[in-house]
Design a binder for this molecule. Structure first.
Ligand SMILES: [Zn+2]
Length: 447
C-alpha cells in the first residue's frame, strides 16, 4: 500500500478532498484548514484524551493562523457512546454558528461529528488520533438509534489529517483494535465471495482490491503493531484509510463488513463493557472475526453435494416463523421491527430457495477452493490477533458461551446483507455450525 494508492483513491472520491498523512503534519493544520475552508471559523470537537493528544495543539495552531476557533470537549471516561442522541447534541451545538467542525479523535468522535456535520450540510476536517478503525474516510456513521445499531449513510471527512507521531503515541491497545477491524476484512471478503457466487451481490472490481489487495501484507506483522512500531502503525493507518474510501466508492459498507461486524454490532448495541469501560469496536470485531472464521472452518469441512435441497425447502422456516424468533430475541419494540425489515429483504423460500441451494451445490467445488484460498483459518487468525495485542476469544471481552451462541444466531437479523450466517441458515447447518464453533465446554472439576 503506497501513498500513491491513497492519492488516486482520494482523486476519485466525490467527498474526500485531501488526506494528509506523515510525521509532524499536525503543524500544517492552519494552512490545511485555510486551503479547504478559506475564511471560515473552526469548532474543535474532542474528548479529554484526544484534546490532550492533539486538540489543544490544533486550537493553538489554528488560532495562530488567524482562524477564529472554539472548542467543545467531551469527558473521556466513560468513553463517549456512538449514539444518534450524542450526534444530535453536537449538531445543535454546531448550529449556533457557521463554523467548520474539526473532529479530533478516532472512532466515536469521528462518527458523531460525521453525522452532525452531514445533518447541517457542512463539510468537516478530521484529525485522526489513532489507527483504531476504518471510519475516517468512509461515508457511513455506525451509530445506535434508540438502541438499534445501524450504519447511517452520511459523508466522510472533507479533509483527514493523520499525524503519525500522534497516531503512534496513542495507547498501544488502540492499534490492536485497528488490527482487529482490519482482520474482519478476511471473513467480510469471504461473505462477499459467497454472495457473488450465488448471484446475490456481485464483487465490485474497484472496491475489492482497495481492501483485499494489501490486506494479507497488513496482517502479516502483528508483533510490530503490538510494539507500536511507527512504520507498521503507519501502514495500518493507510490501510484503514483505503478501506474507508473503498466503502465510499462502493456506496455501502459491503467491502469492509460482514457477519463479523453483525455479531459485533449486537454486542455494541448491548453496551458490552469490561472493567467499567465499553469494549471498543475493533475489539468486538476481532472476536466476531474469530467466531466467523470458526464457522467458515466448519463450512469448508462440509460436503454440500450430500445436501437434499427438496427436503431442506420443505422444512425451511417461513417469514412468520422467523418473526417469532426475532420477537423472542428482541421483544416487540423498534429493534424487532427493524430486524424484521432487514430479514424480510433477504428472505427466500419455496422455489427461490430451491434454486439457490441447487446453484450452491453446482458451484460448491469451485467456491470452496476460492474461499480456502481467500480465508485464514481460525487458529491462524487467533495467533495473529494475540500477537497484535487484540483479543480473539470471546471470554477476553467478557462474552460468555451462551451469550456468544445467542448473538451469533441472532446476528443475521441485523442486516439484509447476505453472509455465511445466511448460507448456513438456508442449508439447515447453522445450529450445528455454531455449536461446533463455540469454545470447548468447561469441564467440571470432579476433584
Ligand atoms: Zn469496523
Amino acid at each position: 500500500m503506497t501513498d500513491d494508492a491513497v492519492a488516486r483513491a482520494v482523486a476519485r472520491s466525490p467527498s474526500v478532498a485531501e488526506v494528509l498523512v506523515g510525521r509532524s503534519v499536525l503543524s500544517e493544520i492552519g494552512p490545511l484548514f485555510a486551503r479547504h475552508f478559506d475564511g471560515q471559523n473552526a469548532c474543535i470537537i474532542a474528548d479529554e484524551a484526544t484534546w490532550n493528544a492533539a486538540g489543544a495543539r490544533c486550537f493553538d495552531l489554528l488560532t495562530e493562523a488567524g482562524i477564529t476557533t472554539r472548542h467543545h470537549i467531551l469527558p473521556a471516561h466513560p468513553r463517549p457512546k456512538p449514539t444518534v442522541e450524542l450526534a444530535n447534541d453536537l449538531r445543535d451545538l454546531l448550529a449556533q454558528d457557521a463554523s467548520v467542525p474539526v473532529a479530533v479523535g478516532s472512532g466515536v468522535i469521528n462518527d458523531v461529528v460525521k453525522y452532525a456535520a452531514f445533518d447541517l450540510d457542512r463539510h468537516y476536517l478530521c484529525v485522526a488520533t489513532a489507527a483504531s478503525m476504518d471510519g475516517y474516510t468512509s461515508a457511513g456513521a455506525p451509530l445506535s438509534d434508540k438502541g438499534f445499531k445501524m450504519t447511517i449513510q452520511c459523508r466522510p471527512a472533507r479533509v483527514v489529517l493523520g499525524d503519525l507521531d500522534v497516531i503512534a503515541a496513542a495507547p498501544l491497545e488502540m492499534a490492536g483494535w485497528g488490527y482487529g477491524d482490519m482482520a474482519g476484512k478476511i471473513p467480510a471478503g469471504a461473505d462477499w465471495i459467497l454472495a457473488d457466487a450465488l448471484g446475490i451481490e456481485a464483487v465490485d472490481t474497484v472496491a475489492w482490491p482497495m481492501v483485499q489487495g494489501p490486506l494479507r501484507g497488513l496482517l502479516s506483522a502483528p508483533a510490530r503493531i503490538a510494539a507500536g512500531d511507527l512504520a507498521a502503525v503507519a501502514g495500518l493507518f493507510t490501510g484503514l484509510t483505503m478501506v474507508g474510501l473503498a466503502m465510499e466508492a462502493h456506496g455501502s459498507s459491503r467491502p469492509a463488513s460482514g457477519a463479523d461486524h453483525q455479531i459485533a454490532h449486537l454486542w455494541e448495541m448491548d453496551d458490552l463493557s469490561l472493567n467499567a469501560e465499553r469494549v471498543s469496536h475493533g475489539a468486538c470485531v476481532a472476536v466476531g472475526c474469530s467466531m466467523v472464521l470458526r464457522l467458515y472452518d466448519f463450512l469448508l469441512d462440509q460436503d454440500l453435494a450430500r445436501l437434499d435441497p427438496a427436503r431442506i425447502v420443505a422444512t425451511a422456516p417461513d417469514l412468520a416463523t422467523k418473526q417469532k424468533v426475532i420477537e423472542a430475541a428482541f421483544g416487540h419494540g423498534e429493534i424487532a421491527n427493524r430486524a424484521m425489515a432487514e430479514t424480510r429483504a433477504k428472505h427466500v423460500d419455496g422455489p427461490a430457495l430451491l434454486a439457490r441451494l441447487t446453484r450452491l451445490q453446482a458451484v460448491w467445488p469451485d467456491l470452496r477452493t476460492r474461499l480456502a484460498e481467500h480465508l485464514m483459518t481460525a487458529p491462524q487468525m487467533r495467533t495473529a490477533l494475540h500477537a497484535a495485542g487484540a483479543p480473539s476469544d470471546a471470554e477476553e471481552i467478557g462474552v460468555n458461551r451462551d451469550y456468544l451462541r445467542q448473538t451469533t444466531l441472532n446476528a443475521r437479523f441485523m442486516r439484509s446483507r447476505y453472509t455465511v450466517l445466511d448460507l448456513l441458515d438456508e442449508t439447515g447447518l447453522l445450529q450445528a455450525a455454531v455449536e461446533a464453533a463455540l469454545p470447548a465446554q468447561p469441564t467440571a472439576n470432579l476433584g
